[in-house]
Design a protein around this ligand. Structure first.
Ligand code: LLP
Length: 421
């Protein structure tokens, strides 16, 4: 459920008509709904309320500080994967003891920053990383709380580029070697092993792969406890998928997910952490764009928008589907057209949809890409020297620009010329 609905014939973000935002901010622009963000966070929080837990928002999905602060004020922790994300989370006021640090390539500098600034735990991804975290912690005279990410070799049944839990993926240590690796961790100074971490992929639309992975985590918890380790926290990663089309069968809800976790892991007496990104931010954001031209091609019509692959790369990168709807509500039974919906960037990959049938729209009219809140603005770039797409946050009948569109001057002035030119 989201808060982007037609009212009086116009698509609104909560109580704000989208054309009002466009008239002030221009197009294209990402628009987020506070109510949807909070609703999704609270659904997870509620789904795990049967025991001690922390929902750590995977901020890679949408990392604007206004979004982070909205969620943090509601009680969310953060899952960060870089020094930059750590700094952003801190800047948004998230305390270190609510930040978990994931990712396969944490550098010494990033580890040091997190240890100095406070960290809930590092999710260790490899043995070399484990040695480095130990070394940095010893140098600083502190102890690093850690979990070790295990790779359960489970097929997440999602797009290959976002599946992470198979043995061929670069993530985690093979679960078969976990006891050996935990034994080494226990020997290392500067580390306090507190639990297990697992994340098998993103946009999962079935609970079964999660269940298989979590069952393996339960078995491992028993085995590690027998070996004498303290396992008091289980970080179960993110990955629950969202409906990208209205017609599709809906993926399981956070409530079902929370119930399944309880069934598989509820009797272990562990604190549960999860790291959802997409389900919190995905349907809480849309990308609004204006039609520039309608071009009649050979046997097809191109709808050329002012948004492009640099603003929303998911269709080009993962063949992802986003519903694209007119901002002015189509009349029931009105004209339908079939378009190739494209952006102005100079490559054919700059295609949002091929042969998409939708209500007729005309040049200068606005359209909205639904479900664009996660992995949208964060993956945008300035390719073709197109200004980085701005972001707006709506809250009831108010809205605020939370990242403004840079001017061409600002963009160009970021380059510096060597003295010989
Ligand atoms: N935790 C870890 C360790 C992750 O690697 C990820 C996502 C998450 C949590 C959050 O997963 P989510 O709940 O959002 O599915 N750019 C791609 C998605 C990449 C996901 C990367 N890792 C896309 O646009 O589909």
């Amino acid at each position: 459920m989201d808060h982007f609905l037609y009212r009086n014939g116009i698509l609104h973000a909560e109580d704000v008509p989208l054309p009002e935002i466009i008239s002030q901010v221009g197009s294209p622009v990402y628009v987020y709904s506070t109510a949807t963000l909070l609703r999704h966070f609270l659904l997870f929080d509620e789904a795990l309320s049967w025991g001690p837990h922390l929902v750590c928002y995977a901020m890679k999905a949408a990392s604007n500080q206004a979004i982070l602060k909205t969620l943090a004020k509601a009680g969310a922790g953060m899952d960060v994967v870089s020094g930059g994300e750590y700094a952003r989370a801190k800047a948004a006021g998230v305390p270190g003891d609510r930040i978990v640090f994931s990712g396969v390539g944490k550098t010494r500098a990033e580890i040091r920053t997190a240890l100095e600034g406070g960290i809930r735990q590092f999710n260790i991804e490899s043995e070399p990383e484990m040695e480095v975290i130990s070394e940095v912690a010893v140098t600083l005279g502190v102890t690093a709380p850690v979990t070790i990410r295990v790779n359960p070799d489970v097929d997440a049944k999602t797009h290959a580029k976002i599946a992470t839990g198979k043995s061929e993926n670069k993530f985690g240590i093979p679960i078969a070697r976990a006891r050996e690796v935990y034994a080494r961790a226990a020997e290392l100074p500067g580390l306090k092993v507190i639990g297990i971490d697992v994340h098998i992929g993103s946009q999962l639309t079935d609970l079964e792969p999660f269940r298989l992975a979590y069952r393996k985590v339960a078995e491992l918890t028993h085995a590690l406890r027998v070996d004498g380790h303290t396992i008091e926290r289980l970080d179960l990663g993110g990955g629950l998928g969202i409906p990208y089309t209205r017609s599709n069968e809906a993926p399981p809800l956070p409530t079902d997910y929370g119930q399944m976790i309880r069934e598989e892991l509820g009797d272990l007496g562990c604190e549960i952490e999860i790291e959802p990104g997409r389900l919190i931010a995905g349907n809480a954001g849309i990308l609004v764009s204006q039609v520039i031209y309608l071009k009649h091609g050979e046997g097809r019509d191109f709808l050329i928008l002012d948004a492009a692959m640099n603003d929303l790369i998911r269709p080009a990168m993962y063949d992802a589907h986003h519903d694209i709807v007119p901002v002015i509500e189509p009349v029931p039974g009105g004209e339908q057209r079939t378009y190739d919906i494209v952006g102005p960037v100079c490559e054919s990959g700059d295609t949002f949809a091929k042969g998409r049938t939708m209500p007729q729209v005309n040049p200068s009219e606005l359209v909205a890409f639904r479900s664009a809140g996660a992995y949208g603005a964060v993956m945008s770039s300035e390719y073709n020297t197109r200004a980085l797409v701005p972001e707006v946050l709506v809250n009831g009948d108010q809205f605020a620009v939370i990242r403004r569109r840079p001017s061409f001057e600002e963009i160009i002035n970021r380059d510096t010329l060597p003295e010989w030119l």
